[in-house]
Ligand binder design. Structure first.
Ligand code: ADP
Ligand code: ZN
Length: 366
């Protein structure tokens, strides 16, 4: 299962109840080079709005823009500041204004070139302008390539919490080129690996074993292994999204580590990178699963070992303010309409959703 040819991978996300029935995710080394010609011809005659951030513009998006213009496309390049703060109403408003000024139409298309921040933001702009226009994502961080670019969740943050404003807006296509990871800072790289571990732990014991075997090489950025990880993670996630697009049940498994992880992020003012927060959240939630008698401690230790090998944290930060943290958990609780519901591991590769965790066990991991 793990040794097939890595040349070119296509995965389909099939959506039963949605207006669009499916879309393609292409994974290929060097894809970014051929993509301007492909997309210019696919969207011939339609106005293209490229949304990116300043870092990605310098590395990739400006060149992509020049090339797609050479291919005859009518294209505007819009740049936002890098970082989570761009996922705001102010930036959405500024982008809406630009799109309207440049004559956006119902058949226009937004192309996001960047990480999860750019994808969520540009996707939300595409979902809301003129009640929704086409959207394409070219994810450039490992986190976006393994996780956030698949599934159609788009949105921005609110002072009350992360990703509280948003929509489901499925892209026309997702184009993944693992080569762009060469320029990714180490922290961002580990962020992505954390989501990879999450997908494996939540859904597929075989994939988790693969990560155990290759964690050392992965940490060193072995491209072949990375492509394999991206392909497997995307395949697993696409399968889940196809069965539960709107997260009414099954899709919640992908929130493994995120209940505590989000509270950590919020309580620390987003000073801790997302992947680090959810790694610590996964380990702490696994500890709770052990305490509740669902998970064997041997499996808990396997999770901790993989995270440690990948240089990810396995404990909640010591500096965490108890009250702020529990308050942040409560925001999640309200959004879910009831108790703080957890996704807990039953074993590596198998998880349960909607578990009510007693308050004393939550406080015990603090
Ligand atoms: P995430 O995907 O984790 O949500 P962001 O979209 O915030 O993260 O991207 C993380 C950081 O990495 C940003 O500063 C962004 O500009 C930068 N970045 C994104 N892709 C690349 C890349 N391929 N090479 C170098 N830096 C990148
Ligand atoms: Zn996440």
């Amino acid at each position: 299962m793990w040794s097939h040819d890595m040349e070119m991978k296509n995965i389909r996300v099939r959506l039963t109840p949605s207006t669009r029935t499916s879309y393609a995710i292409q994974i290929k080394s060097g894809l970014l080079v051929s993509l301007p010609a492909t997309l210019a011809s696919a969207y011939r005659g339609r106005r293209i709005f490229i949304i990116t951030d300043a870092n990605v513009a310098a590395y990739y998006a400006s060149r992509f823009h020049r090339r797609i213009v050479q291919e005859g496309a009518e294209t505007v390049l819009l740049e936002v500041a890098p970082g989570e703060l761009s996922k705001s109403h102010a930036v959405v408003h500024a982008l809406h204004t630009k799109l309207l000024a440049y004559g956006v139409r119902r058949d226009s298309v937004v192309m996001a070139i960047g990480g999860g921040v750019v994808g969520d933001l540009a996707g939300y702009v595409a979902a809301t302008i003129l009640r929704g226009i086409s959207y394409v994502h070219i994810p450039t961080t490992l986190l976006a390539q393994v996780d956030s670019s698949v599934g159609g969740k788009v949105g921005i943050n609110h002072a009350r919490g992360k990703n509280l404003i948003g929509a489901f807006h499925q892209p026309d296509g997702v184009f993944i080129d693992p080569d762009v990871l060469h320029t990714l800072p180490a922290v961002e790289f580990r962020n992505g690996l954390a989501e990879g571990v999450k997908i494996a732990a939540a859904l597929d014991g075989g994939f988790f074993e693969y990560l155990e075997r290759s964690s050392f090489a992965l940490r060193k950025g072995n491209t072949r292994l990375l492509s394999q990880v991206i392909h497997t993670a995307v395949g697993l996630k696409a399968g889940v999204v196809s069965r539960d697009e709107r997260e009414q049940g099954l899709r919640k498994v992908l929130n493994l580590g995120h209940t505590l992880g989000h509270a950590v992020e919020s309580a620390t003012g987003y000073a801790i990178p997302h992947g680090y927060a959810i790694a610590a959240g996964m380990a702490a939630e696994a500890k709770i699963a052990v305490d509740m008698g669902f998970l064997r401690s041997k499996e808990y230790r396997r999770l901790v070992t993989v995270l440690q090998t990948l240089r990810l944290p396995t404990r909640l930060p010591g500096s965490l303010n108890r009250k702020t943290f529990l308050g942040a958990l409560n925001v999640d609780k309200k959004a879910e309409g009831g108790g703080t519901r957890f996704v807990l591991l039953k074993s590596i590769g198998e998880s349960m959703i909607g578990v009510d965790v007693p308050q004393n066990l939550i406080e015990a991991v603090l």
